[in-house]
Design a protein around this ligand. Sequence first.
Ligand SMILES: [Mg+2]
Length: 175
Amino acid sequence: MVKKNKAIFFDRDGTLIKTFVSKKNIPIAIKNIKDLRFENYANLVINKLRHKYYIFIITNQPDVSRGKNTKKNVVLINSVIKTKLKIDKIFTSYSDNEKNFMRKPNPGMIYKAKKIYDLNLKKSYVVGDRCKDILAGKKSMCKTILINKKYNSKINIIPDFKINNLKDLLLIIKV
Ligand SMILES: [Mg+2]
């Protein structure tokens, strides 16, 4: 098998798994394993893309720092997602500090993966449902794909691509 040198960095909540949405139409991360539901096509899309790309998740879980969720819950949810979707590695930031390099929109988690897996980031993609994901991708020279969720939060940055569901990734990334 040819050694891979590129990756797809997926956001977790609202991208690969379903979130709750607040009354103000803002996504809220699930806290309990019983609420875990995958987005449509997550498995299918990842199974195709893994042939040529490493598959990573980069996820902010600041509720842990805020005392609203436990690290144990996050670790459990992540481990089930990792197994079910066959993710190569999940990078998690528990920080609530916008300046923390490992927290999106900062690119620390992506750079960490680059170092471990020797990646060409210009051939890699970041896929997410929020501005923070797209910004982290731009800062690290990845190509960026926004999944249009129509949340009540401004998207004040232009991604390279916009799609309406995960399946459309296969129209953009050819494998
Ligand atoms: Mg998200």
